[in-house]
Design a binder for this molecule. Structure first.
Ligand SMILES: [Zn+2]
Length: 409
């Protein structure tokens, strides 16, 4: 049996061992202090029992746990609760999952999930819950006004003045709704971006807020965009708007979001059936939402189903001009009827828990040629105009941005 004294003795023996090995390797010179420390640590502590896995392209946390032989009920138990703390739509290839298992490898004891170099999600698993702690490492944020002239592509030009790729893409997506770049972009067109730049350990990392964008060209004309930040942290309304607070709409084909604020509960794909257990293919995405939350048509179309239908509960299905069918299920109320034409952003129902459901959520499905496909494959853009109250807020935020801009001009 291991007693505290034995462990202590072990450490001392190991430490002595480390010293004598050092002595053998390097009899004439004392190694630097930090080298001794490293060796001592390596010798004295038993091997690191953390399993480290990196999310592969198209991979999931589920898959990583399955790969490590963790029993399926344990995976299901942990991953179902995971969504309460982490927006799983933000999980990307390259994110790192670390697991510490019990000795019999049947249960997860601790879990760390590192999303970007600066954000660590720490979990301690107990029999009935996950204890969660977030660790945000310090990031240096600098606000800068970046100016440049178009030379080559806009993406290249924006990155050349110091914007990270993600911000450049966000700006291009918005500007493309106003400017036909293929036709009107000219070398020497001027652009300006007021943005936060985020640095971690001296390295530029994505995620800085873009406050203001202007683009001026001989053929393209002058265009301005302002950031609107919705008070709700996961709101899809946060983003770049025109000076009048109008959303910058992509040319018709854009797909909206089914909810104003999205928090994924369960992703598309193979999962443990939350109601009956056992493997089941999940034919859509479950978004967490409270009872009665409005759900919106993601694109123009015609309602082809609007009634109670077995396990789906109250469901609405809409056929869109491109042939795709969207489905909103488990609704508490249906707000449209079969045959009705609906517009993108129109309310089609209220979130509920009808049919085979464990609690209020929106099941959102997307069907192509009779097959359910992953709705996240579609490029989603913000869905509705700002309300009168939100517009007032937008104009206040815009004024602050203009004041900020004065300091940098
Ligand atoms: Zn579902």
């Amino acid at each position: 049996m291991l007693t505290g004294r034995n462990i202590l003795l072990g450490i001392v023996v190991l430490a002595l061992g480390a010293f004598s090995i050092l002595g053998l390797i390097n009899p004439h010179r004392t190694p630097p202090r930090n080298q001794i420390d490293t060796l001592l640590v390596a010798q004295a502590i038993p091997k690191d029992e953390w399993i480290v896995e990196v999310v592969p392209p198209n991979g999931s946390l589920y898959g990583l746990m399955e790969k490590n032989g963790i029993p399926l009920p344990e995976i299901a138990r942990v991953t179902f609760q995971f969504g309460d703390f982490i927006d799983v739509t933000t999980i990307q290839p390259g994110d790192t999952l670390k697991l510490k298992l019990t000795d019999d490898k049947q249960k997860i004891m601790k879990m760390t999930f590192v999303q970007e170099p600066t954000l660590r999600h720490l979990f301690t698993v107990t029999p009935d819950s996950l204890i969660y702690k977030e660790e945000q490492l310090p990031v240096k944020v600098v606000t800068k006004l970046l100016k440049g002239n178009l030379s080559g592509t806009l993406s290249h030009s924006l990155q050349e003045v110091g914007l990270p790729l993600q911000s450049a893409q966000q700006i291009i997506n918005a500007l493309e709704t106003k400017i036909n770049f293929r036709r009107d972009a000219k070398t020497e067109d001027e652009f300006m971006v007021l943005t936060d730049l985020r640095y971690f350990e001296g390295k530029l990392i994505p995620g800085g807020k873009v406050y203001y964008v202007s683009y001026k060209g001989k053929s393209a004309g002058k265009h301005e965009l302002f950031r609107y930040e919705d008070p709700s942290p996961k709101s899809v309304l946060t983003g770049l708007y025109g000076p009048d607070g109008k959303i910058v709409r992509s040319s018709g084909s854009g797909v909206g979001f089914p909810l104003a604020s999205m928090h994924v509960r369960s992703k598309f794909g193979r999962r443990i059936d939350p109601v009956y257990g056992g493997w089941a293919m999940h034919q859509g995405i479950d978004y967490k939402a409270s009872m009665g939350t409005k759900t919106y048509a993601v694109s123009d179309g015609t309602v082809i189903a609007a009634s109670y239908s077995g396990g789906w509960g109250n469901q609405v299905r809409i056929r869109h001009p491109n042939g795709l069918i969207t489905q909103h299920a488990h609704l508490s109320a249906i707000k449209v009827r079969v045959g009705q034409k609906v517009r993108k952003g129109q309310v089609v129902g209220l979130v509920g828990s009808t049919g085979k459901s464990t609690g209020p959520h929106l099941h959102f499905g997307l069907m192509k040629n009779g097959v359910w496909i992953n709705p996240t494959n579609l490029n989603m853009v913000a869905t509705r105009e700002l309300t009168v109250i939100e517009l007032k807020d937008f104009h206040q935020q815009k004024q602050k941005i203009l004041d900020m801009l004065q300091q940098y001009l």
